[in-house]
Design a protein around this ligand. Structure first.
Ligand code: ADP
Ligand code: MG
Length: 386
């Protein structure tokens, strides 16, 4: 399909193909920019770019998802005037150029199976596939962790989204069949095999997910305010990762209620990541670890609702649909919240019953048609050889 589109847009056939996956967090909302832990999963939903070099310096790209062509020149510095989806790619190009790398003009076709704007990080999968594209076209490689940081910088500086590195790190470092337990301070991870008896189902609420706006930044600033107050009493604290509930309680009277609630959520959430990772490693054949996963996911969801306040009514309806479905082990939000996707761990042999229930239940309560994806951990960004 992409080949035919390429021919239609640019004539000829693409010379190279690259891809990079979207991702879902199984535990750890908003812990990344607090230097905590996240249990994250690269998806078998991904963004592909088929491309060929051009003789001039223009990067011309057609997005199948948006049915839109856009371009920029690789010899002109990135300008604030650049708007829209192409900035995710021109941003990556600019970061590479700032670092001294060079590449030719490109004709390319982009297609993504990651839903756009749903919290599964179509943006990082676009940036990371673009990074692969520039490396291939320019004939250079960079350290993989560094590539994730470059893509994050592109989104921070050129798209204007102050995101942590979680999405890009997962998209680049993923290994098929495994989850990533990421330490956002050390920028290191361990791989955790997802047992075959557990399947992950992503439940897209279809409620609009708008994060580039103020909410994300407000939460981030509230966490940093919490740290400033904690620091006065406990100077070793650099981020919320360094503190515990007992210390936070001693500062409760010096912070406003919102800052306290946000900090309390992050401290608990980062701890839940470690516990959930341990429980998934054991697997749900063990009754105790299955039960613990249910508790941890529920605590994450209620914290997101009551303390971090990043849920919307459709997410509550979806959570009820997920937790009451046959085969459900554990269910919670995904991504930054405010609508978008949620995720469940489901007993593999009950997947169809689970999905039928969630779809019906959610439609009755919200009037919306959920989109449900059964996903497996996919391979990280790279070139595709045929
Ligand atoms: P998420 O990363 O959760 O999907 P974001 O709002 O961070 O949501 O990123 C979505 C944006 O990324 C889209 O609105 C679009 O600008 C850009 N994008 C992602 N995938 C594509 C694609 N295949 N084609 C064009 N733009 C894309
Ligand atoms: Mg994104």
């Amino acid at each position: 399909m992409i080949e035919a589109v390429f021919k239609n847009q640019f004539q000829g056939s693409p010379e190279w193909w690259v891809r990079a996956p979207g991702r879902v967090d199984l535990m750890g909302s908003h812990t990344d920019y607090n230097e905590g832990y996240v249990l994250t999963m690269p998806l078998n939903l991904d963004t592909w770019i088929a491309f060929s070099p051009r003789k001039d310096e223009n990067i011309v790209l057609y997005s199948v998802n948006l049915d839109e062509k856009a371009e920029f020149s690789s010899s002109v510095p990135h300008s604030k005037e650049q708007k829209g989806w192409i900035t995710y790619i021109s941003g990556v190009a600019q970061v590479f150029r700032d670092e001294g790398y060079d590449f030719p003009g490109i004709n390319g076709v982009i297609h993504s199976s990651v839903p756009l704007g749903g919290g599964l990080s179509s943006s990082a999968s676009l940036e990371c596939s673009a990074a692969e594209m520039f490396m291939k076209a320019g004939g250079f490689t960079v350290d993989r962790k560094q590539a994730a940081l470059y893509c994050q910088r592109a989104e921070n500086e050129y798209v204007g989204m102050p995101c942590g590195v979680l999405d890009q790190y997962t998209s680049i470092m993923g290994k098929a069949g495994t989850l990533i337990l990421l330490d956002c301070r050390a920028l290191s991870h361990i791989l955790i095999r997802l047992p075959e008896t557990i399947q992950v189902v992503i439940c897209d609420t279809q409620a609009p997910h708008i994060l580039v706006g103020s909410e994300y930044e407000t939460r981030r600033n509230q966490c940093f305010q919490g740290v400033e107050i904690l620091k006065k009493r406990f100077p070793v604290i650099q981020t919320l990762r360094d503190t515990e509930v007992k210390q936070l309680q001693t500062c409760k009277n010096s912070m406003n209620e919102e800052v306290f609630k946000r900090s309390l959520f992050i401290i608990g959430e980062s701890q839940r990541v470690l516990e959930a990772s341990a429980a998934i490693s054991v697997g749900t054949e063990d009754e105790k670890s299955g039960k613990r996963l249910t508790e941890l996911f529920n605590a994450s969801f209620t914290g997101a609702r009551d303390l971090y306040e990043i849920t919307v009514p459709q997410m509550e309806m979806m959570h009820e649909a997920m937790t009451t479905a046959p085969g459900a082990i554990a269910s919670r939000q995904a991504g930054g919240g405010f609508g978008g996707c949620m995720s469940s761990l489901v007993r593999a042999h009950q997947i169809e019953d689970f999905k039928a229930h969630v779809y019906r239940f959610y439609r009755e309560s919200s009037g919306l048609e959920a989109k449900l994806y059964t996903v497996v951990p996919g391979e990280g960004a790279g070139t595709i050889e045929f």
